[in-house]
Design a binder for this molecule. Structure first.
Ligand SMILES: Cc1ncc(COP(=O)(O)O)c(C=O)c1O
Length: 365
């Protein structure tokens, strides 16, 4: 194909982001009914959206009108929720879109960004599509930040540092002291709090005092809106203005905006579900501690990372799949032989536990 000659050469070999498959595709692949799939691979919320979201979407009657490009109502509601001024807030088509816009705003081809691996794959992906260079600052064995190497990269000219807290896939949070050290380098620090509602620590309150800090959030996890795509972020005021200029005018569709407003109005229900997931996370961590080939890492998110020891990790993942139980498998540096298990409902944990015991029995040397 001749037009390939015209493509930006650095994109020809792009690895791409490795997404998870939807339930109907998985069910078809395995030849089992979709309702028998236990989907613990996407860190989604097993309880779904608030019932008020369904109601609000059914009653909304302005689907034929473009959304407000300045997102005024939804930004104000989020500002009230966070206790910040709305001039700090931008919403996006998932927080993924905000990552892409941050890369668009800050990273020219050849610029450097720091990625604290192992972490969420989207940071490297958005850098690569912009032609920016990614410098890796590998986390320590316990997945805490190696602050010295982040500081070194930042002092050598990196413009942006991406830090997920809680981190995906390890589930641990960054300490206030580590964040302060990274902020003091003057690089733009993007703290991704996609899972913050399952933890006990947020840095969003620092945004008004800290002109190199962005905190990203999402409705995908705690509010069960992953499919609708609703993310937001708190930005320094001058950056908000620019984000609103570089984004597509109608980036968050009206359905997502209605859903965000209805979710915020039904925080109590959603919080109860978050608490149920946190309780289930602790129960699952406890019961899986008795599985001899699993070593778990304590988590502050809605998933737990396990290292598989003594038996073939890929085979465990594959056999779980065969039984309709989907978890995420990793084979990259720092998370070799690891699986990440999303915390589902108690019955999902029970099926997983039974399957793991059976698989362990048949694979044991
Ligand atoms: C750390 C992290 N940030 C962001 C996202 C994506 O969020 P959204 O659905 O809002 O694009 C994910 C999704 O898995 C994630 O793990």
């Amino acid at each position: 194909m001749d037009s390939l000659r015209l493509v930006r050469p650095e994109l020809l070999d792009l690895l791409g982001y490795e997404p998870i498959e939807p339930v109907d595709v998985l069910a078809e692949e395995l030849g089992i009914p979709a309702d028998q799939i236990v989907k613990l691979d996407g860190n989604e919320n097993p309880y779904g959206p608030s019932p008020r979201v369904n109601e609000a979407l059914a009653n909304f009657d302005l689907y034929h009108i473009y959304p407000d490009p300045e997102q005024r109502r939804v930004r104000q509601a989020l500002a009230d929720y966070l206790g910040l001024d709305s001039e700090h807030i931008v919403v996006g088509n998932g927080s993924d879109e905000l990552l892409e816009l941050i890369a668009c705003l800050f990273l020219s081809p050849g610029d450097v960004a720091v990625n604290c691996v192992p972490t969420f794959g989207m940071y490297a992906f958005v850098c690569q599509t912009r032609g920016a260079r990614v410098v890796e600052a590998p986390r320590r064995a316990d997945f805490s930040l190696d602050v010295a190497s982040v500081e070194k990269a930042a002092r050598e000219g990196a413009k942006v540092v991406f830090i997920a807290s809680p981190n995906n896939p390890s589930g641990n949070t960054i300490s206030a002291a580590d964040l302060e050290a990274v902020l003091s380098t003057g690089a733009l620090v993007v703290v991704d709090e996609a899972y913050v509602e399952f933890s006990d620590q947020s840095f969003v309150g620092l945004v008004p005092q800290q002109d190199n800090l962005i905190v990203l959030r999402t409705f995908s996890k705690w509010a069960g809106l992953a499919g609708l795509r609703a993310g937001y972020g708190a930005f320094p005021k001058g950056i908000t203005e620019l984000m609103l200029k570089v984004k597509m005018p109608y980036n968050m569709n009206v359905a997502a905006q209605v859903a965000v407003l209805a979710s915020l109005a039904d925080r109590e229900t959603l919080q109860e579900r978050v608490q149920a997931i946190v309780r289930e996370r602790e129960r699952l961590f406890g019961v899986l501690a008795a599985v001899p080939f699993l070593r778990g890492f304590p988590s502050k998110a809605n998933f737990i990372l396990y290292r598989i020891q003594g038996i073939d990790a890929r085979e465990v993942w594959r056999r779980l799949r065969q039984q309709g139980i989907f978890v995420r498998y990793f084979d990259t540096p720092g998370v070799k032989d690891c699986i990440r298990i999303t915390v589902g409902k108690p019955e999902h944990s029970d099926r997983l536990l039974a399957a793991l015991k059976e698989i362990g029995g048949s694979l044991a040397p």
